[in-house]
Design a binder for this molecule. Structure first.
Ligand code: ATP
Length: 353
């Protein structure tokens, strides 16, 4: 198996768009790695550059320690599953799966064996004689995966492979992918714009914007300590509260109230900061100093409800409460941050202090 090492990598399209911009990244052997970011941030281009389907403008790509920067796609020991699966419509499932072996001129018997072996674990055993048009989206996705696995490549590159599935199938496919990756131990790079999917699946996540990486870390790290306000905004199913604040007399003046500075933080008076606090980490019954506001919206999320407080200075603050404790609109509440959960970002640069 193989790790991936990207150094100073840029990919510029002929129209001048720098889709990947001077990027450094190290993906460990056997890792399940997610590339996460908004539409157009360069995820697909980066994946295609690793695969050799786009030519980098500068920088290097190492796979398993070997420099493959100028090596054509077919010789890179990578398998890629595209967003649209790219199955061959005139071939059966078995022929699609065995295609990589046909290219390698394996015998018919070896191809049949590979199709049976790879399809078994993916629940495709009864579909081998069908053509792609006779399959559901989820089944097609698994055929594309089976074909990629049949390549026996060391690196598996997946471009939003679950994006066309409904919510339920998507959850099933997630679990399946995770298990498969564990079993096979292939270094896997997974592109998604769905932060929940990245958090659920990946060993580590790179959050991208504008061709660059904003943060690389475990799901826990990027969720709990986003290193800037861009990442903070992007990660989490309910957005993090990001509130403008000013330091006064060792306190934070924020949302029309005063909060103590987190322990150990020393900032001079009049410093402008952005206070970051996740809705999940604000407590109504927590006691202590908190943010007071009037309940303006209550949204039921199932087990919890998202409450929006309108503060005296007009700031809106979200917090989640157990669904059965839902307050009435118009009530005044005080919500206190759980200890250690309040983050401070530079008021100008948005970088975590
Ligand atoms: P999405 O999530 O929407 O698929 P992405 O993060 O994968 O987006 P890319 O598809 O890599 O982003 O695109 C990155 C940038 O490069 C975008 O600005 C896009 O418009 C541009 N781009 C992509 N493909 C080409 C191309 N073939 N020629 C010129 N520009 C391109």
């Amino acid at each position: 198996m193989a790790g991936i090492e990207l150094t100073g990598l840029s990919t510029v399209y002929p129209n001048g768009v720098r889709a990947v911009d001077d990027l450094d990244l190290s993906i460990t052997d056997g890792e399940f790695f997610a590339l996460l970011g908004p539409s157009g941030c360069g995820k697909t281009t980066l994946l295609r550059t690793i695969a050799g389907l786009e030519q980098s403008s500068s920088g290097t790509v190492l796979i398993d320690g070997a420099d493959v920067t100028r090596l054509e796609a077919g010789r890179r020991q990578v398998a890629m599953v595209f967003q649209d699966y790219a199955l061959f419509p005139h071939m059966t499932v078995a022929e699609n799966i065995a295609y990589p072996l046909r290219v390698r001129r394996a015998t018919k018997q070896a191809r049949q064996e590979a199709a049976v072996r790879t399809s078994g674990g993916l629940g495709l055993g009864t579909l081998l004689e069908r053509r792609p048009a006779q399959l559901s989206g989820g089944q097609q996705q698994r055929v594309a995966l089976a074909r990629a696995i049949a390549m026996e490549a060391e690196v598996l590159l997946l471009d939003e492979p679950l994006s066309n599935l409904d919510a339920r199938l998507r959850l099933e496919a997630r679990t399946f992918l995770k298990r498969l990756q564990r079993e096979l131990g292939m270094t896997t790079v997974f592109v998604t714009h769905d932060q929940a999917e990245a958090l659920a699946l990946a060993d580590r996540i790179a959050v991208m914007s504008e061709g660059r990486i904003r943060q690389v870390g475990s799901p826990k790290e990027v969720f709990q300590r986003p290193r800037d306000t861009f990442v903070a905004n992007f990660i989490g199913s309910t957005p993090m509260n990001l509130l403008s604040a000013i330091v006064r007399e060792g306190h934070l003046e924020v949302a029309g109230t005063r909060l103590p500075l987190p322990p150990g933080v020393q900032l001079t008076d009049d410093t402008a900061v952005t206070v970051g606090i996740r809705p999940e980490y604000l407590r109504v019954d927590g006691g202590g100093e908190g943010i007071t506001g009037t309940v303006s919206i209550v949204e039921n999320l199932g087990v919890t409800s998202l409450v929006t407080l309108e503060c005296p200075d007009g700031a809106l603050v979200g917090l989640t409460v157990p669904e059965q404790d839902e307050p009435a609109v118009g009530t005044t509440l005080t919500a206190a941050p759980e200890p250690g959960r309040l983050l401070l970002y530079d008021g100008e640069t948005g970088v975590l202090l």
